[in-house]
Design a protein around this ligand. Structure first.
Ligand code: HEM
Length: 377
């Protein structure tokens, strides 16, 4: 019997994939060793999109080589270490909000806060000069373009060239930052090349700010279009943690019709196996649809409702299993501190334009990011 929760789709790159959207199935596959991010023949693998990141993360040996770096990143981003960053994050937020308050209204919140805050935080952690932000922002935007392969590849190449110079410098003159630590791991481990460190640092930079930036924009839109929910948060600061989880659950916006398969985490089968009545063959692509999984009625009563009071919220927005997002604690600290500070400092904060006029950027991997978010107070 063919399970209804798994269906055949054609990805935006025109390739065949299995789309999985049932919460339990998505969660199970995220920690299932029969699927992974790599593919034995990466050049022949089905692609999710036309982005440079739209295919497998190399072959299994390349992925295995990353294990020491992943360990280092997991310990560098431990919840305890991230908590010690809270005062510095608060300081950065105060700086951004001071600048915003001095600005003529309306202010573009995307430019004033959503981009600079996560970029500043990740730059400090990694040891990337913040002064270079306009360059790496342009290259990153190109790299995550899901439509234009040449543009995406060119952006990724520029990022790698930039990062290589930085890694080489930190190898000979280490600083107190994560790229220096990664460079030291590469020096000590003969299996790791400078290229491995460069690529991993590029992923960290991209993952560190693009997703958090999207969450800030999305969270502000959700709160500012539901004033009663924003008020509840103002009156009860304890609600900020559940509110952030609810924003994360609803992070991925509804895609244009028929484009559901564009939103999901890719996994490649490393063996033939049967799942939910479907035989998935070695090398085939499964797209794990987080957005739909986060709307499962069994776990989230009234799933389409945005509710800052929602208690239990086991969303899958940070993934699950061996590749669970190592930046989750950091993102939560940034989001909780920022939303509390913003609502407190600007009690009359509102959108300066109708929500329908906000322009989405569906071509980006982080999907639905707004280009501008004009607000006033
Ligand atoms: C709201 C913000 C964020 C969201 C929604 C998010 C989401 C995710 C998801 C879903 C994954 C799993 C990918 C998979 O299983 O294929 C992931 C992995 C990852 N994230 Fe995040 N992330 C966020 C913030 C961050 C931050 C701040 C960092 C910090 C540098 C970060 C670094 C990473 C890295 C390095 C991985 C790869 C982990 C691995 O493959 O083992 N993320 N993220």
């Amino acid at each position: 019997m063919v399970g209804t929760a798994i269906r055949r789709v054609t990805t935006p790159a025109g390739d065949f994939a299995w789309l999985v959207t049932n919460y339990d199935d998505v969660k199970a596959l995220l920690s299932d060793p029969r699927v992974d991010l790599s593919h034995a023949a990466p050049e022949r693998a089905a692609r999710v999109s036309r982005s440079a990141f739209g295919g497998p993360m190399g072959d299994p040996t390349e992925l295995a080589a990353q294990v020491p770096m992943r360990r280092l990143v997991a310990s560098a981003f431990s919840a305890r270490r991230m908590a010690s960053l809270r005062p510095r994050v608060r300081e950065m937020i105060t700086g951004s909000l001071d600048a915003m308050a001095d600005h003529a209204q309306p202010v573009d919140l995307h430019e004033a806060v959503s981009f600079p805050l996560p970029a500043l935080v990740i730059c400090e952690l990694l040891g990337v000069p913040y002064a270079d932000r306009e360059d790496f922002r342009r290259w990153s935007d190109d790299a995550v373009n899901t439509i234009d392969t040449a543009r995406s590849q060119a952006g990724l190449t520029r990022l790698r060239v930039y990062m290589r110079t930085l890694v080489e410098r930190k190898k000979s003159h280490p600083d107190d930052d994560l790229i220096s630590d990664l460079a030291a791991v590469a020096t000590a481990d003969p299996e790791l090349t400078v290229d491995d460190i460069v690529m991993f640092s590029v992923v960290l930079l991209l993952a560190g700010y693009e997703t958090t930036m999207a969450a800030i924009d999305r969270g502000m839109i959700l709160l500012l279009t539901r004033p009663e929910q924003a008020d509840a948060l103002r009156h009860d600061p304890e609600l900020v943690a559940p509110a952030v989880e609810e924003i994360l659950r609803k992070l991925l916006p509804t895609p244009a019709s028929g484009a559901e398969q564009t939103i999901g985490l890719p996994r490649y089968a490393n063996t033939d196996f049967t799942f939910d009545g479907v035989t998935i063959h070695t090398g085939e692509l499964a797209m794990l649809g987080l957005r739909v999984a986060n709307l499962d009625e069994k776990l989230f009563p009234e799933p389409t409702r945005f509710d800052v009071h929602r208690g239990c919220n086991p969303h899958l927005t940070f993934g699950h299993g061996p590749h669970f997002c190592p930046g989750a604690s950091l993102a939560r600290i940034e989001l909780r501190t920022l939303f509390s500070a913003l609502l407190d400092r600007f009690p009359t904060l509102r959108l300066a334009v109708p929500v329908e006029s906000l322009r989405g950027r569906d071509e980006l991997l982080t999907g639905g990011l707004v280009a501008e978010l004009p607000v006033m107070w």
